[in-house]
Write a new protein. Sequence first.
Length: 448
Amino acid sequence: MRTRPLKVALLGCGVVGSEVARIMTTHADDLAARVGAPVELAGIAVRRPGRVREGVPAELITTDAMALVKRGDIDVAIEVIGGIEPARSLITTAFERGASVVSANKALLAEDGASLHAAAEQYGADLYYEAAVAGAIPLVRPLRESLAGDKVNRVLGIVNGTTNFILDRMDSSGAGYSEALDEATALGYAEADPTADVEGFDAAAKAAILAGIAFHTRVTIEDVYREGITEVTAADIASASRMGCTVKLLAICERAADGQSVTARVHPAMIPLSHPLASVHEAYNAVFIEADAAGQLMFYGPGAGGAPTASAVLGDLVAICRNKVSESTGPGESAYTRLPVSHMGEVVTRYHISLDVADKPGVLAQVATVFAEHQVSIDTVRQQGKDQYSGAAGASVEGGGGRREGGEASLVVVTHRAPDAALSATVEALRRLDTVRDVASIMRVEGE
């Protein structure tokens, strides 16, 4: 075993960073045996030095993160600060000084991953980021290495635990969105400001990273279509249940059928209860991968939290340190395909549309005409208040219920697959019908 220790700079010591420091300290002998050299914490950069951090060596604490990465003896920098700056400057400085980097920073990687990879290559360093997507679940490295010889066609996943907890509670208890969010906040699953989670920004950053790796092309967060879950209602959840579905916030990355482009999107969707992702409950994450040779693969586990995320960070640390010992580097960016990212309008999907309409003869014919004019085929139509859906071959209306005060009824239409642009245009045309009082709900149907 090499005797000179590999020195590690830890940038950030919050929930994840403190767990990384604790494990590095308590499992130092095991890490050394796995790496082939001692691995030593050289310094820990924090913003609030007076904060009590149990199990973290106080003598290693510093508030000068830049000075820490500029030290000439740092072999690896672990960045768990988050955000764009100063994280980007610290990472690039670490590369310039010859250090490799482990990062959990999904936002930075999704925005500027290409330049970070370029800097790592320029200075002969590694950039690993397993912890940036789905916490402890081994996902980045399997895509980057284990499936490197295969052709990945689709990545479909639940990559945000907060939103999955909220939607799961709405489904299991009948709670509304606000009530479920309050419970998630009380249990620590949601931040005081949950915007990044519930509006889909967190999942969109992860989708960009996954799409880039899976399809060997550059995808940024700006390329990802995004919708959050704030508009999902208890009525949507109930309607999904009547269809034999549940609602999940999905990150979907797909290669086009002709192989000439890719898409990346995040939005709530109804998926059949028979799909493996439908059984993912609470704050867990799961990702479903479809590849030519490997077929269908599913990765499941805790997607956030101090210990799970620290596990992913330390896995990357061991891999990088092994490379240091052998004087090599691991895989860098693979973006050789240079595939364009298509607009959301080109995605082929299905819609579930709930309409409040005037309760009089001819309304269904008017609605059906709008769908036909936009070349969108109807799968099923149902009047609200009934529990059965009609078959796909010839769309039909079921039941005479659904009447409301003021001469209104509610129609639920489920479409066949069509371009998203055609579906969106159909919805806009429906809004202009005098007989349509309101388009109460629109949701995509996925996972078949």
